[in-house]
Design a protein around this ligand. Structure first.
Ligand SMILES: [Zn+2]
Length: 501
């Protein structure tokens, strides 16, 4: 007895070694049964799909994004550093109802699918704190889009003013008392909400899984981090955090803990294979060795790192130390197109300015491997990220009649270095076609667009006061953070950031 069978005929299939060959892909019950030479005979009831003049690649996997960012697109000034962005984030995400949370995730999923991304790790924030209803709405959006996802409530128990030592003192008197009076949701409320979310998970874990996202170590008390790690361990789920993303974080981590952020997490017992860390830029060789030894996985987000001026992650050094690295885009309000092709290309290009000899640069093949199989490991999904028998049929069909594939000599290199998602013709996830010939088949994009515009007007009006005060404070926070690391602590990641004498 066999299940539902599909055969994709005549495509140029990319194998895990980066080679391509014209082959047929046999799919049964959403998984790849075999990849065989063209002309393979199948039973009459099998569905036949033609992939003539197309390249078949595994779906790209974003190791780090935030679905709440989709509805915040364009809401914050373009020249903002990470901490300035975080200061304004509350303004762009507050006042949202459950429908808005669903809408933002649906917009985010639609964007990813259009650009050939079939799975993601989503840290999603709710203000004032996580709720079962909100996280379910986000997970349902992925379910309806037909995409795989790990969905983690992004949580903290400190405001940015409590998180960054010295920040409050640096603010003018009239702002200091206001900012000092702000508070995050209490630990007990957040942990208990997360516990409810995990205990009542209603989605098929082959597709959508839960996780926890203690957002940034400095923004979480030790007690909070330990409680998150314990809860994740009890439920056998992953944890993801933003680690050493900015120079200010690394410098202020030393101020608060007297050691590096990575050493601090190690001391708390949190470094393990359960943890993945996004960005991971400002760290030294000992920190990198610790990540390798403990099995922490890293989500590299090169486009966001450039957009927010955060820096260049030492990916080659991490790989040399045995760290598993995946690639992510970060949210559509921090790297703005959620384009995994672009992120893979930047992962390769940025490795070239790190002072290594050319044979140490991240190759096109390696970058693609990180953006698929590396990211799959960050998500904790075992059978996605490659076109091989036994793996999920998450397959992207690329048109080969686009300029960057003409003439066609090195399909993988030509794709990684020039594809921008415009060649994506068909996207199949788990054997189901969710995007075809310019149309998303699972969500009504014109409806989403109308709803997004309506939500943006309503939310901007509701949050107008918060936006205005956030803009003023963000400049002060930015100036405070820009000064961190310029004196006192020596950090290894050199950037062309001007430090006033
Ligand atoms: Zn992020």
């Amino acid at each position: 007895m066999t299940g539902r069978r599909t055969v994709i005929r005549g495509g140029l299939v990319l194998d895990p070694e980066g080679r391509t060959a014209l082959q047929d892909v046999l799919i049964e019950d959403g998984r790849i049964l075999a990849i065989v030479n063209p002309g393979f005979e199948v039973s009459d009831d099998a569905e036949i799909l033609s992939a003539a003049d197309q390249m078949l690649i595994p779906g790209l996997i974003s190791a780090h994004t935030h679905s709440h960012g989709a509805l915040s697109r364009g809401a914050i000034d373009d020249r903002v550093s990470l901490e300035m962005f975080l200061t304004g984030q509350g303004a762009s995400t507050r006042s949202r109802g459950t429908d808005d949370k669903y809408l933002s995730a649906a917009l985010s999923a639609a964007e990813m699918i259009r650009k050939g991304c079939t799975a993601c790790f989503d840290l999603t924030v709710e203000i004032p704190g996580p709720s079962q209803q909100g996280i379910s709405a986000v997970a349902r959006a992925y379910h309806n889009a037909g995409m795989r996802a790990v969905v983690a409530p992004m949580i903290a128990d400190r405001t940015i003013y409590q998180a960054l030592p010295g920040l409050l003192d640096a603010l003018p008197d009239e702002l200091r008392s206001h900012c000092a009076g702000l508070s995050a949701a209490p630990i007990e409320d957040t942990i208990s909400a997360c516990s409810d979310i995990l205990e009542n998970w209603e989605f098929d874990r082959r597709w959508i899984r839960p996780a926890l996202g203690p957002t940034i170590p400095l923004h979480c008390s030790d007690e909070f981090l330990i409680a998150c790690a314990r809860l994740a361990s009890e439920h056998g789920i992953p944890l993801q955090t933003h680690l050493a993303e900015s120079r200010a974080q690394a410098a202020l981590g030393r101020t608060r803990y007297g050691k590096s952020l990575i050493e601090h997490l190690e001391e708390l017992g949190i470094l393990s294979e359960r943890l993945s860390a996004a960005h991971v830029i400002w760290l030294d060789d000992n920190d990198i060795a610790r990540l390798g030894q403990s099995g922490v996985r890293v989500a590299h987000n090169p486009s966001s790192n450039l957009r927010l001026g955060s820096g260049v992650a030492p990916v080659r050094k991490m790989l040399r130390n045995g760290v598993t690295v995946g690639v992510g885009t970060d949210a559509s309000n921090t790297s703005d197109g959620q384009n995994m092709f672009e992120a893979a290309r930047l992962a390769s290009y940025l490795s070239r300015i790190d002072g290594f000899a050319s044979d140490e640069w991240i190759s096109a093949h390696e970058a693609f491997h990180l953006a698929t199989e590396g990211s799959a490991q960050v998500l904790g999904f075992e059978k996605i990220g490659r076109l091989t028998a036994g793996y999920e049929a998450d397959i992207v069909f690329l048109r080969l009649d686009r300029p960057h594939f003409v003439p066609l000599r090195s399909p993988l290199i030509q794709m990684v270095f020039a594809e921008n998602g415009a060649s994506v013709h068909t996207v199949m996830i788990g054997g189901r076609i969710v995007f075809h010939d310019g149309t998303l088949l699972t969500l009504d994009e014109s409806l989403l667009r109308r709803q997004a515009q309506e939500a943006a007007s309503r939310l901007d009006q509701a949050n107008a006061g918060t936006y205005a005060s956030a803009a003023t404070v963000a400049r002060l926070v930015g100036a405070f953070c820009a000064a961190q690391g310029c004196t006192g602590h020596t950090l290894p990641r050199k950037l062309n950031l001007t430090c006033e004498a």
